[in-house]
Design a protein around this ligand. Sequence first.
Ligand SMILES: Cc1cc2nc3c(=O)[nH]c(=O)nc-3n(C[C@H](O)[C@H](O)[C@H](O)COP(=O)(O)OP(=O)(O)OC[C@H]3O[C@@H](n4cnc5c(N)ncnc54)[C@H](O)[C@@H]3O)c2cc1C
Length: 450
Amino acid sequence: MLNGAELVERGEEQWDSARAAWNLAVDQRPAKVARPGDADEVAAVVRYARENGLRVAVQAAGHSAGALAGVGEDTLLLKTARMTEAEIDAENRRALVGAGAKWQDVSALASPQGLSGLSGSSAEVGVVGYTLGGGHGWLARQHGLACNSVVGAEVVTADGQLLRADRENEPDLFWALRGGGGNFGVVTALEFELYPVPEVYAGMFAWPWERTSDVLHAWREWVSGLPNEMGTWARVLQVPPLPFIPEPVRGRQLVVVEAAYLGSEESGGELLRPLRDLSPELGTFAAVPPAALGHVHMDPEDPVPFAMSGQLLDELPPAAIDSIVEAAGPDSGSMLLSLELRQLGGAQTTAPPDAGALASLDQAFLTLGVGMVMGPDMAPAINAQLDAVCSALEPWDSGVKYANFVDVPTDTSTFYPSETFDRLQEVKARYDPEDLFRANHPIPCSTAAG
Ligand SMILES: Cc1cc2nc3c(=O)[nH]c(=O)nc-3n(C[C@H](O)[C@H](O)[C@H](O)COP(=O)(O)OP(=O)(O)OC[C@H]3O[C@@H](n4cnc5c(N)ncnc54)[C@H](O)[C@@H]3O)c2cc1C
């Protein structure tokens, strides 16, 4: 124990479970693992690491452990999994969560009150890691990126101090946290806005993957006239025959269109008519409470071994759909679990006043390829296929990366405009001049400011 924080060392019985990441393909071998239960314990762990010459990698469950690339002996892994507290103030539409809260901890409280945060595809993902990286979810066309709905954060910085960062206090730190990731300290609590969502008309249509080309072309045409109330993603899916997967899709190869509509069942059904006219084999659309959005995409609930990569596309002409079909559709030889396309646009395109470091995603589409890496032998083949998809879509690639969909060590300057990256480096130099914190996507200290 370390001032109340659990400290797990090599050789202890809990060592393997303590160091494990949600992405089972990543083998993390840190010097020690600390599991604090509150902000004071976090501060004690940070001071302990510094005094012992260790860096600190903060992790909730480790959904982004691939980008962290296996922490080693110079690093203390600070796991926030004990800090899952969540509360909401329904009247003022605010949520306050601890460092280790998952989206399901928020939706369990907010959904019965007709409220929703700006969560993504999975109820299991950590609220803090997701939000610090930007946070693109179902409601982004209507309400923007999750990072720009943050109103304040409690942060333990490299000197072991607990600070409040919001518009009035530590405004540069507050700006940097909203899209600049976990580079500046340990966020021990995050406060953010909720939105009125009494119900959402959501679900998916699925067709056998032999129809990939006509369905994706039809989806591409369909999205051009949609209101911002409609969020929609399409994907080519090769579902493994695993027990946690719902029966109708288990072990199938499919082309799928998913959507979430902030409006009535009647108008949502009308908007979806062009897709329904393509006679899907499966359809699950229904008016559901907002908590159901964490399950529409059928993400796994338990840890899995995977690799993934994404691109931000400036446009999606018919030739891009043809390239996707060739790279990941029938006859491609693809082993990817999923290759998805998310329509961007709407509120996330424009920087809100006083936005954070990730002010907007102003490209037209976001892609995400995912492959299951069932053993180390599979990694080269899956990575080669992810690379092949990226090359196939290169003509429409914006050259900008979206942090949350990058899961390998990458040059983080490709995530931001150059003036934003410069300012992030300055904030890093001010709050963490010795580069104590090892984030999944590192921002180096600016030499000018340091
Ligand atoms: C199944 C799945 C579905 C996903 N769906 C979406 C989606 O729809 N939209 C989207 O935008 N992204 C999505 N992602 C990506 C996800 O948002 C990123 O992987 C994100 O980093 C996960 O955060 P985490 O805390 O769960 O992961 P972790 O790996 O635990 O943390 C990721 C990083 O966040 C930082 N961090 C975490 N907690 C703290 C803290 N308390 N203080 C400071 N820094 C911290 C650290 O730098 C850490 O390396 C998905 C990922 C998976 C695996």
